[in-house]
Design a protein. Structure first.
Length: 238
């Protein structure tokens, strides 16, 4: 994956799934949507990132190259190419809301809601998928795979919540969005931490964040460490 360090809303992200050599000896890079890029086109895209084309502050930027992961079998039926991720909102070290982001044909294989990806609310207590939203509209099935999403249970759920909670200790951010991917062989892996996570997660869960934030304000000093914080808030919600 090629992405800008200071970008936002998924702009500038390019997912490369494979490469091959053409009959003319030129290297071709296949994107997650199946289309190919020539090496000069990839270099042009990287130059745009470095020049600040996708930077939120308009200044020159840094290009990040991330390893492409192998998608967990759980997503085989319900995702359109690309790598889905789980976004967890963490407040003062406590996970308060989560959603699964699934790539679509419209999003070009990227798990970003602003690019047309699908957001699916997740029951924080047990990892069960609930409501789905695409382009801010509630839907019942994935527009490309035609699969019903609600009722499925995300694997490694407690580990995902504990990893998200740990990011508070690592970053020192009181409010952040943690993006986690599920690899086929390595399980949950931290993709990135976001200081300004979008609020579309509320639509996917059909509820606001305020109530969860107030709950954390009330119990914030009652647990110490990621595991304890996760179990504390789940006990309160149950």
């Amino acid at each position: 994956m090629v992405k800008p360090a200071n970008g936002g809303m998924g702009n500038g992200i390019l997912v490369i799934t494979s490469s091959e050599t053409s009959e003319h000896g030129k290297i071709l890079y296949q994107k997650s949507d199946g289309k190919f890029l020539q090496e000069k086109e990839l270099n042009h895209h990287i130059s745009g990132i470095l020049s600040g084309l996708y930077s939120l502050d308009g200044n020159s930027d840094t290009c990040i190259l991330q390893e492409r992961l192998e998608c967990h079998p759980f997503f085989q039926e319900i995702s359109f190419r690309g790598i889905p991720d789980i976004r967890v909102i963490v407040y003062l070290g406590y996970p308060v809301m989560a959603m699964l982001r699934l790539p679509t044909k419209e999003s070009g294989g990227r798990a970003n809601l602003h690019q047309g990806a699908l957001g699916v609310g997740v029951n924080l207590s047990n990892g069960t998928l609930t409501h789905s939203v695409c382009n801010d509209k509630l839907i019942e099935i994935h527009p490309d795979t035609k699969q019903t999403l609600s009722g499925r249970i995300v694997p490694h759920w407690i580990s995902i919540l504990e990893m998200s909670s740990r990011c508070y200790d690592l970053s020192g951010l009181g409010y952040l969005g943690v993006d986690i991917v599920l690899d086929e062989t390595r399980g949950p892996l931290l993709l990135e931490m976001n200081a300004r996570p979008g609020l579309g997660i509320q639509i996917a869960n059909r509820m606001g964040l305020v109530g969860r934030l107030k709950l954390v304000d009330r119990i914030r000093n009652s647990a110490d460490g990621p595991k304890e914080r996760v179990h504390r808030i789940l006990d309160e919600m149950n």
